[in-house]
Design a protein around this ligand. Structure first.
Ligand code: UFG
Length: 328
């Protein structure tokens, strides 16, 4: 049976496809290539198109024997979501609803859904547990939380079991050197720092140094993209074996401040990396660190790339060898 990976040509999706192929799974990919890259696909059967296209979904499910879906297809820029909430509700909720309708009609019974730490909003305590309050502070997090609720009702009505994985800060690149992070425009901290190291950018702006943290800069839990992909593999196996629907955090359980990340990048790259303090970015919580105990106990997940040095090293290899990302 095949696995359908929606948004499989994106940053996390392409690393997922790589792991599935390595495990010998049959992989079908659907991506509209709005943000994804055809070159990021190391194999599998590719369909170019959108999740909101019901005819295409019918075709994909009719042409392939699919028993499970992994859904990465989404808009994921927090700042943009505040300015254009309807785009996020339409794209992130609308497209998943369409996918679920097709799954119901074609009797596909398992889905692993890409959710986010942004579902929590300002955390009430650290580390964050799955049962903590979810009060998103932006439409991106709200759209993912809405889908989590929709999934619950689809399980109830149609018996579609799900695993919603709430990622903390995805980072790093595949150790094979063939795939990595290429967003345009780039907004994430680690790739931006590495662009400074490459001389593509003059300096990195540190968004706020007056947060209630040790050095005043925001603290995040960085998790390697291949570790994320592996959690999906385990989630899939569990669902195929009859496991019940579940929500799990995915992080390393350790936080690093913006200043610490810059310092590690200086060591890894051997470059100066100029930094400058700038005003806070709207909507950034001071500290986000996951408890991944549930992923450990329920999925048997254990991150392999659990040092920030290692994560940045893999990202640096990719950026050094692909300074302009994938060939356009
Ligand atoms: N930052 C800077 N300068 C930059 C870019 C980022 O100081 O130029 C800071 C941010 O303020 C933040 C940290 O670096 O404190 C990490 O920022 P990222 O943009 O790399 O990541 P976020 O934590 O904002 O976002 C990530 C995911 C989102 C997800 C969110 C959950 O990218 O998809 O975590 O809170 F929603």
């Amino acid at each position: 049976m095949a696995i359908l990976v929606c948004g499989g040509a994106g940053y996390i999706g392409s690393h997922m496809v790589a792991e599935l192929l390595e495990k010998g799974e049959e992989v079908v990919i659907l991506d509209n290539l709005e943000k994804g890259h055809r070159q990021a696909l190391l194999g599998g059967k590719f369909y170019e198109g959108d999740l909101r296209d019901s005819n295409l979904l019918d075709l994909v499910f009719n042409e392939n024997k699919i028993d499970a879906v992994i859904d990465f297809a989404a808009d994921s820029l927090v700042g943009e979501s505040v300015v254009e909430p309807l785009k996020y509700f339409e794209n992130n909720i609308g497209s998943t609803v369409n996918l679920l309708k097709a799954m119901r009609d074609h009797k596909v019974r398992h889905i692993v859904f890409s959710s986010t730490a942004a579902t929590y909003g300002e955390p009430e305590s650290i580390p964050i547990l799955e049962e903590d309050k979810t009060i998103p502070t932006n439409p991106y997090g709200e759209s993912k939380l809405a889908v989590e609720k929709i999934l619950k009702w689809c399980d109830n009505a149609y018996g579609i079991t799900y695993t919603a994985l709430r990622y903390f800060n995805a980072a790093g690149a595949h150790v094979n050197g063939k795939i990595g992070e290429d967003h345009s425009p780039e907004s994430h901290l680690i790739p931006l720092i590495l662009e400074v190291a490459l001389g593509k950018r003059e300096k990195i702006m540190i968004f706020g140094d007056d947060y209630p943290t040790e050095d005043g800069t925001c603290v995040r839990d960085y998790i390697h993209v291949t570790d994320l992909a592996n959690a999906h593999l385990l989630a899939l196996k569990r669902l195929r074996n009859g496991g019940k629907s579940i929500i799990c955090n995915l992080g390393n359980g350790e936080g690093f401040s913006v200043k610490e990340v810059i310092e590690v990048a200086r060591k890894v790259t051997g470059q100066v990396i100029k930094a400058e303090i700038a005003p806070r970015r709207a909507g950034d919580p001071a500290v986000l660190i996951a408890s991944s105990d549930r992923a450990t106990s329920e999925l048997g997940w254990k991150p392999k790339y659990n040092s920030i040095e290692n994560i940045i090293e893999t990202a640096w290899e990719w950026h050094k060898n692909n300074p302009n990302g994938y060939e356009k």
